[in-house]
Design a protein around this ligand. Structure first.
Ligand SMILES: Cc1cc2nc3c(=O)[nH]c(=O)nc-3n(C[C@H](O)[C@H](O)[C@H](O)COP(=O)(O)OP(=O)(O)OC[C@H]3O[C@@H](n4cnc5c(N)ncnc54)[C@H](O)[C@@H]3O)c2cc1C
Length: 476
């Protein structure tokens, strides 16, 4: 039996935990410093499974993005997570940008990715609010959207059913070599492990520096800010709309979400340290830049803004290697975009090509699958009525904006990777994601958490840093 530790429960660490727990001879420990999965970069991004035409030839990004994009649909189906192949247009408004489209077209073709150049007239039939400056577009039908935190939570839940030891609220502080492998010291204890995967996202450089004599990569946080538009602004944008990319990156996009909202963003701001605030100037930049691709933006429908930081590396590629100094330690550094799209392939690459586990270890004969969460609003009326007869809690709506029943909230609290705060419930079943942003339903969710966790209301957490009642006062 080998014990493998994974540091970080973002999308990459979650895929690793899921894949590694499928092996008979492996014990997996997943360390996450936050109180829930997907609390850093994996929860604050554009949620796009890019098809893989964009990364430069010969990079790990090119190889793993294309492979990851191919893997997602099946994985999401198997886990019961949303996946929508909505397709994407890369838009050009001048001759220089049309040339960029031609390059991307050639790159896509060479990689076997379906791409087509479209004239404005064809695109505008599908996207009515296209900026009048757009002349041509690269059509990429395999561009897809997912809900990243839903995938993380599902992967970790499934891994828990298959033996994962999940250590939330536990920060890895130090790693030392010992006779048989490594000793990990966290803020809660010490663990002996045979192998270790550094999937710590923005914290990967710090983990690398715990074990290496010299620096292997440096990470700079690059912030991206977004607006979120309410569902009722649809049908405003139906596909992922990208401007033609530049040296600065993919630019400011318009992206539909699985749940019917629209994201406008992100910015690309180099920071000295991680800061997930949104700023007036950042959001103003989103407004200015998005008008390059779309017009008549319904800003009256903005319900929220957020930001996330990319762990940008010094080499414009992922750094994924086994440590030369400490065999059995694998660094996954600089996993910025397209890290989400590449995540299943990153995990596969580490396990198959670097660890070479399939050569000596066996896949479990019986993998336990989680019961997929039941989403009332997706059922037919007959099915809803039958369910309400059996469990009246499904008939009690607690969030009107998103049509969520009491029983769906109760279920998400008691699942293996269950919610234990208002933010955790919001992430899993969406109360508070609608137009009222929790104004009406938050108190209901707080009461349900208190009842189900058997704690007084004043002990209900809003998120891992604050209590519900204190956070509520602060927002008044
Ligand atoms: C604005 C923006 C837009 C993006 N859009 C896209 C997109 O549309 N498509 C795409 O493919 N990619 C996109 N990306 C990139 C993508 O989001 C990231 O590549 C991906 O989420 C990285 O996942 P991760 O698991 O490596 O890191 P993270 O999600 O950051 O997870 C790392 C985890 O490690 C934990 N951790 C760190 N240190 C420790 C420690 N010492 N002990 C315990 N735990 C620790 C952290 O708490 C964190 O939860 C975007 C990124 C940003 C910021």
């Amino acid at each position: 039996m080998k014990t493998i530790a994974v540091i970080g429960a973002g999308i990459v660490g979650s895929f690793l935990a899921y894949d590694l727990t499928q092996y008979e001879e492996v014990e997996v420990i997943l360390f996450e410093k936050h109180g829930d999965v997907a609390q850093e970069t994996s929860k604050a991004n554009s949620a796009i499974v890019h098809a893989g035409y964009d990364p430069v030839d010969g990079t790990l990004k090119a190889k793993l993005n294309k492979r990851g994009a191919k893997m997602y649909q099946n994985i999401c189906k198997q886990l019961g997570c949303g996946y929508q192949a909505c397709g994407g247009y890369v838009l050009a408004s001048n001759e220089e940008e049309v040339e960029i489209l031609q390059e991307l077209y050639a790159r896509g073709k060479k990689r076997g990715i379906t791409v087509e150049i479209k004239e404005r007239e064809e695109v505008v039939k599908n996207e009515k609010n296209l900026s009048k400056h757009i002349r041509k577009a690269l059509w990429v039908p395999d561009t897809a959207i997912i809900t990243p935190w839903e995938v993380c939570e599902a992967l970790v839940e499934e891994a828990l059913w298959n033996g994962l030891q999940l250590h939330l609220h536990e920060e890895v502080l130090d790693i030392k070599a010992c006779e048989k492998g490594y000793v990990i010291r966290s803020d809660k204890g010490q663990y002996s492990v045979d192998m270790l995967v550094n999937a710590a996202g923005l914290g990967a450089q710090k983990i690398m520096e715990m074990v290496e004599a010299e620096s292997l990569f440096t990470i700079t946080p690059k912030r991206g800010q977004y607006y979120v538009l309410a569902k009722r602004s649809q049908p405003y944008v139906s596909h992922v709309l990208y401007p033609a990319p530049s040296k600065a990156g993919k630019g400011v996009l318009a992206v539909p979400t699985i749940h019917g909202n629209i994201l406008l963003g992100p910015t690309s701001e180099v920071l000295k340290k991680v800061d997930n605030a949104t700023t007036t100037s950042g959001l103003q930049e989103v407004q200015e830049k998005v008008e390059k691709i779309i017009q008549h933006v319904p800003y009256q429908e903005v319900i929220h803004s957020y930001s996330g930081c990319r762990p940008t590396g010094n080499n414009n590629d992922f750094y994924i290697e086994e440590s030369r100094r400490c065999k059995g330690i694998f660094h996954l550094g600089c996993i910025d975009s397209p890290g989400l799209a590449s995540a299943p392939a990153i995990s596969e690459y580490v396990i198959v090509e670097l660890m070479k586990l399939p050569l000596t270890f066996h896949k479990k004969k019986h993998i336990v699958h989680r019961q997929k969460p039941l989403i009332m609003r997706n059922l037919s009326e007959t099915k809803q009525q039958a369910l309400i007869q059996k469990h009246p809690g499904y008939g009690h709506i607690v969030c009107y904006c998103e049509q969520i029943s009491e029983q769906e909230v109760v279920d998400c609290i008691h699942r293996k990777c269950g919610a234990h705060s208002i933010a955790g419930v919001k992430m899993r079943v969406r109360p508070g994601m609608g137009k009222c942003q929790g104004g009406y339903c938050e108190v209901e969710i707080a009461k349900l958490l208190a009842r189900e966790l058997q704690i007084p209301l004043h002990e209900v957490q809003y998120d891992e840093d604050s209590y519900y009642e204190v956070a509520k006062e602060g927002r008044r």
